[in-house]
Design a protein around this ligand. Structure first.
Ligand code: NAD
Ligand code: ZN
Length: 360
């Protein structure tokens, strides 16, 4: 299956399916890339031994010169420190402005290698080769970057990939918790945009969690369609794109206070979506959205409650530090129903406190 992302000055294809890495040379030809373009494949220490060969082989057979960098797996690698090392490897490899980066991995590698491409020699093209379910979200839309010790994603750029190739065969080796984490972002795409997608997920949650091929490809495709539709309306997040942060205000706060280890990103966002549903009901943007939201998240064995370990004050402080918070008033994406949301500014602290208490 192939989806086209249409942006103001750019369009790029998203290929989704089984056995696609073998077709990479064809896909490159499809976007007009010839063998003279040197490629640098970036992957993490888990993904590289599993899948780098699968990407390298067909490209080398087709006559491409491909370099390879492996960075340590984990969110800690999304740092300026790692970026500096990658730049060094690219320089030593002789990558110039006619070259390109291939980001093979989950959101960490996608964001890191994407930012490498955005900044190396003032920007070279790159291709996303997502290997996690979550990366159906992170690989589309062009947000790339690294973390700063004082905040997640504090350094970054908008740099759209030239193409996304999602070979669903690689998902088989994903740890179960990472599959469920990815399901959270699939659920997010349904909850913000497409009620029929949400119902479909409710019906097919078992097949998706078991990575049944047809269902998995359809879930990724529908998720990517939502992401692509939102991004094409607002590439640089001056408005509607912010709805993609549904569940992320509380979610990011939870990740931040727990030190990016206790929760996967998806688990934190799941709690955040449960919170946003409760907040929407409390503020009257929606009625009766919490029960379905909770049921859907629970079907994917995702958390919808906060353990008392995570103190209210710390969570609020983390939300204030969030770059979306302005002068003590909080900005939230709130549901208006299942499948639609609204961006709400000036949400008062008292309402958030009440929701945090109800999430216990
Ligand atoms: P990740 O890249 O760390 O991958 C999760 C784990 O799975 C890692 O240990 C990785 O080595 C391993 N792994 C990856 N693919 C595998 C496979 N096929 N088989 C076995 N193991 C595999 O994390 P993630 O959950 O994919 O992404 C999270 C990151 O994405 C966060 O940094 C988040 O900020 C970012 N993100 C970015 C955007 C965006 O728009 N740019 C959107 C959402 C999330
Ligand atoms: Zn997310």
């Amino acid at each position: 299956k192939t989806i086209q992302v249409e942006l103001a000055e750019k369009r790029y294809p998203i290929h989704i399916g089984s056995g696609l890495f073998e077709k990479l040379p064809q896909f490159l030809e499809g976007i007009g890339w010839g063998r003279e373009r040197r490629l640098m494949l970036v992957a993490d220490s888990h993904v590289s031994p599993l899948y780098a060969e699968r990407v390298l082989k067909p490209l080398e057979q087709a006559g491409f010169t491909v370099g390879q960098i492996t960075h340590p797996a984990g969110e800690e690698s999304k740092s300026l420190h790692t970026l500096e090392r990658l730049v060094e490897d690219c320089i030593r490899f002789g990558l110039d402005r006619s070259g390109a980066v291939l980001a093979l991995g989950g959101g960490v590698t996608g964001d890191l290698a994407g930012f490498l491409a955005a900044s190396y020699m003032r920007g070279i093209p790159f291709i996303q080769l997502p290997t996690t379910l979550l990366a159906h979200d992170s690989s589309v839309g062009g947000k790339v970057g690294v973390n700063h010790p004082l905040g997640k994603n504090m350094i970054g750029a908008f740099h759209q990939p030239a193409m996304v190739v999602f070979d669903t065969d690689v998902l088989k080796t994903l740890p179960e918790r990472e599959i469920l984490s990815g399901c959270a972002e699939v659920v997010k795409h349904a909850l913000i945009w497409d009620a029929s997608f949400a119902d479909w997920l409710m019906e097919h949650h078992r097949q998706l969690m078991a990575l049944e091929p047809e269902v998995t490809a359809e879930a990724i495709e529908r998720g990517c369609r939502v992401k692509a539709a939102v991004v094409s309306q607002d590439e640089k997040e001056s408005g509607i794109r912010a709805i993609l942060n549904y569940g992320h205000t509380i979610g990011h706060a939870l990740e931040s206070v727990s030190g990016y280890g206790a929760f996967t990103h998806g688990e934190a966002v799941a709690v955040g979506m449960a919170g946003a549903a409760l907040l929407g009901e409390a503020l009257g943007t929606a009625t009766e959205v919490f029960p379905f939201t909770r049921e859907l998240l629970a079907a994917f064995r995702l958390p919808t409650h906060l353990s008392p370990v995570w103190a209210e004050e710390e969570l609020l402080a983390a939300m204030k530090r969030d770059k979306k918070a302005k002068k003590g008033a909080y900005t939230f994406v709130l549901p208006t129903g299942i499948g639609s949301v609204v961006l709400q500014h000036g949400v008062e602290e008292a309402a958030i406190r009440e929701v945090l208490a109800r999430l216990r």
